[in-house]
Structure formats: C-alpha cells, structure tokens
Design a protein around this ligand. Sequence first.
Ligand SMILES: Nc1nc2c(ncn2[C@@H]2O[C@H](COP(=O)(O)OP(=O)(O)O)[C@@H](O)[C@H]2O)c(=O)[nH]1
Ligand SMILES: [Mg+2]
Length: 191
Amino acid sequence: MRIKSAVFVTSAPGPEQYPRDGRPEIAFIGRSNVGKSSLINSLLDSKGLARTSSTPGRTQLINFFLINDSFYFVDLPGYGWARAPEHIRRAWGPMVEHYLATRSNLVLSILITDSRRGPTTLDLQMKEWLIGTGKPFVVVSTKSDKLSANQLKSGMNQAHKLIGTTVIPYSSVTRRNREAVWAQIAKTLGS
Ligand SMILES: Nc1nc2c(ncn2[C@@H]2O[C@H](COP(=O)(O)OP(=O)(O)O)[C@@H](O)[C@H]2O)c(=O)[nH]1
Ligand SMILES: [Mg+2]
C-alpha cells in the first residue's frame, strides 16, 4: 500500500462523534503499552501521527485517522491498564465493545499481542469476544525484535496454539512483516 496521505481526524468519546462519511474502518486493539501506536505509526511511515507514549493508558478516546482519503485507521483505547482510575476502567468496556459490536463500517480488527509475553488472559478474552462479533480479525504480535530467532519461533507456536489462528510476528523497530499486515488490510478493503 502506498501511503499518499494520513491525517488525524477526531478523538471520539462516543458514537455521536464518529465519522459519518461511511468509509471502511480498520480497528487496532490491544493491552495498554503493547505497541499499538508504534504499529500504526510504522504502518503509516509516520513518526508521531498516533502518539506513542510510555505512559500506559493515556489514550482513552477512540482516535480516527483517514488514510489516502479512502479508509480509516481506528486507534481504540488499550485495555488492562491496572493503574487506571476506576471510572476509566468502567468506561472502557462499554465504549470499545459498543464500537466493535455495532460499527457497520468496521471491516477488520487487528488484535495486538506482545511477542515476549505471549497472549495474556485478557488478550484471549478479547479474541473470544471478537469471534463473538462475527467480524474478521487478525492477530499481530509486536516487539518481535526483542526475541532471538529461537525464542520467537517457540513463542509463535505457543501463541498459535492458544489463539487458534495465524499470528503475524511484527516489529515497529525493524518493520518486520509490515507488508504482510498491509496485505491483510488491502485484502479486506478489496484494493
Ligand atoms: N523494541 C520494540 N519496542 C517497541 C515496539 N513497539 C513499541 N515499542 C515500545 O513499547 C512502548 C509502548 O509503545 P506504544 O506504541 O506507545 O504502545 P501503546 O500504548 O500500545 O500505544 C514504547 O516505549 C515503544 O517504543 C517494537 O516493535 N519493538
Ligand atoms: Mg498508544
């Protein structure tokens, strides 16, 4: 995919603020600090479009980025941020679940896990929940550069067993498998 343009459009607290132009949406979902913003930035060849922050859970709104004037990347708030204030933790579920379950423009979700940790209980719950929505999703495992080839191989086998679908090892540092992730996106967009 050639990125001609990538612009931040809006941070939406709820459905009233979602874009209304009907363009297809690719959603990114994962635990706080898993590398979601870095993945979005590396896919878009951008350094700071999706803010990367070492402060977990800073992004508590649904962020929409318009790509090539034709589809959106949707950066969903991360889950599992233990130190999040109670009211934020309570708001997370309904906001994200409502988006994933009801958004008709959503064509693909990208569930992000950490190569070093393997899928966590929350990751597996999220996967079950995505299966429940009946909509397509792919699993991308970030930070693969932090593992040796052997560690990565056994980690991926383990992740595959737990998750039951293909897991794409990714690195925002080396950009490993950037084309493979784009190929999944392009396939669902039919472009
Ligand atoms: N080595 C390495 N570090 C990464 C990678 N992706 C993210 N990080 C680091 O992990 C931390 C969290 O990344 P960020 O993208 O902000 O995570 P988010 O909270 O899920 O959006 C940052 O310090 C990033 O530099 C990766 O692929 N490789
Ligand atoms: Mg982020």
